[in-house]
Design a protein around this ligand. Sequence first.
Ligand code: NAD
Length: 456
Amino acid sequence: MSDISNIVQKQKDLFRAGKTMTYTYRIHQLQKLQEMLNRYEPRIYESLHKDLNKSSYEVLTTEFGFLQQEINYTIKYLREWMQPKKVKTPTSHKGAKSLIYKQPYGVTLIISPWNYPLHLALAPLIGAIAAGNTAIIKPSELTPYTSDLIEEMIEDTFEEKYITVVQGDAEISQQLLEEPFDYIFFTGSVPVGKIVMEKASKQLIPVTLELGGKSPCIVDRDAKIEYTAKRIVWGKFVNAGQTCVAPDYLLIQESIKQKLLDQIKIEVEKMYGENPLQSGEYTKIVNDKHFDRITNYLDEGNIIYGGETDRTNRLINPTLIDNIDWNSKIMQDEIFGPLLPIMTFNKLDEVYDHVEHSRNPLALYYFSENEKNQEWIVKNLSFGGGCINDTMMHLGNNQLPFGGIGTSGIGKYHGKHSFETFTHEKSILKQTTAFDLAFRYPNSKMGRKIIKKLFK
Ligand code: NAD
């Protein structure tokens, strides 16, 4: 038996022994996870800085703080979520009670990417623990300091037979996908998402796929320019654009184009200074391959702001690129970097075709004061989720399920939705033995008449 199969088997045994089923056990594990984060806080900042040059402010807001909030919230409501839910029972089932039990899946696999390497490995884990599962985490090989730290923290906090980390690249990931997991939670790119789903389908393992895509940011003629520019700059350039829900491209109503772009330039300088490359506080591109992929986009269109790069330190200044259309290289794939291509529209319904070019984006942002138009966008365009008059903030509200649609993903999580994702809802009908209703049996004299009446 391979090492991986061995761990999976040990976790299956632990799950089967029923250890993870109680509320007390789960709460205790969540508390341990919380203490673990606190204990390792300085090293978390350190490793994310080494891997991605993330500033402490970005680590706090997008990684550490997010996880703390999720754990606190889960601890507060777990007892309530775990309760079987009583639901109505139809008259045809007189005497019976109907209940939905919350059953953990069992042994789960969490595969995570490099862009928020701590957040995206541990946020699903919170759901897995809360729902009573065991877990194997496969963090990204592209952020080695953080992945090593995740392994060290988890080893120091949990038993291998409950939660463990298996490190490695695509090959290890593929080996893991051969195992008989009970649930797979994958965050990453669309092509790898397809591989994961294909592998999972061989054993009919349920999956959540949190993927990416090209998320549009649409700014209409009546948008409030200053706030719009500020919120776009923040959403696009945080983590140097390496965010699954970052605005990928701008669609600006023609009449306000110049005004908005002027303001965006002002806001970039306010947030990052005149030359972010030298600020020491600006996130770097994860590796040379991604650096080259992103800078390769710079030879098309008109760079109207930024464009400076530093290959040694893998930094790319916030960049605005005009004269782009759907044939441009930059519009073929998710950019995942600090380049913002600009296109325009005249009438709002033109945006429909733009959005259809990269179908079902993970996020969409629309800036306008017009409520009718806001409703039109929300109702007529297909996307995972998004904001009106903001970018990315929908992720920060754990009442809102986070996930994609179609090519941007399957399933959802955050807050209670994470618990639900890792839980099977088991329907149980508890029948009375005090009496029996004869009409359901084929020899019942009045059966046909009663059933017809009941089903009306
Ligand atoms: P990726 O798909 O290359 O890798 C993700 C994980 O899959 C890593 O752990 C990697 O080792 C593993 N992997 C890579 N190739 C594999 C293969 N052939 N078989 C099995 N496993 C494999 O993604 P990435 O580059 O790490 O992350 C960037 C992507 O993730 C972007 O597309 C981004 O939009 C997406 N993303 C989505 C979300 C979300 O919540 N929806 C969040 C962050 C990132």
